[in-house]
Design a protein around this ligand. Structure first.
Ligand code: SF4
Length: 304
C-alpha cells in the first residue's frame, strides 16, 4: 500500500452558502414530508452524487409543464437561482407547500430589478440568455413595471461588444430628450473580466448610468484558493460534477497552474498515479457535498 505524504485542502472549497442552504432545505423537506411527494423545480444542483443521494430519499425533479398535475399535499422546492414571481404563484396555486430556497444574493437582485423597474428605469443586465437566474430576475422586473402601469425595458447583454452595440442603437435616448434612468447589474456568476469591460463601455457612453456589482464572490474565492494551492502541491484533484461549469473552470485553472490535475466525481475515480505523488491538493466545486470531499481525502490518505 502506498499513501500520499501530504494532502492539502484548498482553504475555500465545496458548497457555497446558497447551495448549502438549498440542499439543507431539501433534506429538511424530505425529513418532514408525511403524505405527498417532495419535488425540486429542475435539478437542485449540478452534482450527480448529491442528486442520487437525494433521489434515493425520494426527492423528485419537477418540470414546469408538470406543475398542473401537482397534488395539494406535495411539496415543491425552488432552487438557489430562483424563478419568476408568476411561476412561484403558479406553484402555490397547485400545492400547499412551496419552499423558496432562492439564494439571498439572488433575492437581492430580484428586489433590485423590481424596485428599478417600478421607477421606470431601463435595466441593462449582464447575463446568459435563458439562464434560470436571469429569467427569474427579468420576471420580477416585468411584474413590478406592470404593477406601476409601465412597460419594462430590460436589456440583456453578454459582452462589451453587445454593450457598445446597445449604445449606438439609440436604446438610451429618451423621447423628447428627457434624462433617462439607466441601471446596470449582472447575474451572480457573471465573468469578472467581461463585467469590467462592459462597465467601461457603458460608463464612457452613458455617464449617468447607475452601476451595482452583483457578482457573487463564491466562484472567484474558490479560484483564488486554488491558485494558492497549486503553488504548494505536485498534483491537484478537483472534485465535482462534470456538468458543473464552476467545477470545470477550476479544472481549467489547475491544468494551467499545476503539472498534474484531475477532475473526478467520486473517490473511485482517483487516477492511480496520484498515489505516487508527494503532495496532493484537493478542491471542489460549489455544488460538491462535504461527504464526497471527505471520502476522496480518506481514500488518498489510505493509499491505493
Ligand atoms: Fe448564491 Fe453565490 Fe452560491 Fe449562486 S454561487 S447560490 S449566488 S452563494
Amino acid at each position: 500500500m502506498v499513501g500520499c505524504m501530504n494532502i492539502i485542502r484548498a482553504d475555500v472549497l465545496g458548497f457555497c452558502g446558497g447551495v448549502r442552504r438549498a440542499v439543507t432545505s431539501a433534506q429538511k423537506a424530505l425529513d418532514e414530508n408525511k403524505a405527498g411527494t417532495v419535488y425540486t423545480l429542475g435539478p437542485l444542483i449540478h452534482n450527480p452524487v448529491a442528486l442520487n443521494e437525494l433521489a434515493s430519499r425520494g426527492l423528485k425533479v419537477l418540470v414546469p409543464s408538470a406543475i398542473p398535475a401537482l397534488q395539494k399535499n406535495d411539496t415543491v422546492l425552488i432552487r438557489a437561482h430562483g424563478v419568476p414571481p408568476s411561476m412561484e404563484s403558479d406553484l402555490r396555486r397547485h400545492c400547499d407547500t412551496v419552499i423558496n430556497a432562492t439564494c439571498p444574493l439572488v433575492t437581492q437582485s430580484q428586489k433590485r430589478a423590481a424596485d428599478f423597474a417600478s421607477q421606470g428605469y431601463t435595466i441593462v443586465f449582464a447575463g446568459d440568455k435563458n439562464h434560470g437566474e436571469v429569467v427569474g430576475i427579468q420576471g420580477y422586473a416585468e411584474e413590478a413595471a406592470r404593477a406601476h402601469g409601465l412597460v419594462c425595458d430590460f436589456r440583456l447583454i453578454r459582452s462589451a461588444d453587445e454593450a457598445a452595440a446597445l449604445c449606438t442603437s439609440g436604446a438610451f435616448k429618451a423621447p423628447g430628450g428627457a434624462p433617462q434612468k439607466i441601471v446596470l447589474f449582472s447575474q451572480t456568476t457573471f465573468s469578472i473580466k467581461e463585467w469590467d469591460a462592459i462597465c467601461a463601455v457603458l460608463k464612457e457612453n452613458v455617464p449617468a448610468i447607475e452601476v451595482y456589482r452583483t457578482i457573487c464572490p463564491a466562484t472567484h474565492e474558490r479560484q483564488d484558493a486554488l491558485v494558492r494551492l497549486c503553488a504548494q502541491v505536485d498534483g491537484v484533484i478537483i472534485i465535482g460534477g462534470k456538468n458543473s461549469s464552476n467545477t470545470n473552470r477550476l479544472f481549467a485553472t489547475a491544468q494551467k497552474r499545476c503539472r498534474r490535475a484531475a477532475l473526478i466525481e467520486t473517490a473511485d475515480e482517483i487516477p492511480a498515479d496520484f498515489y505516487d505523488l508527494q503532495t496532493v491538493g484537493i478542491t471542489a466545486g460549489a455544488s460538491t457535498p462535504d461527504n464526497v470531499i471527505a471520502a476522496v481525502e480518506k481514500r488518498l490518505s489510505q493509499g491505493r
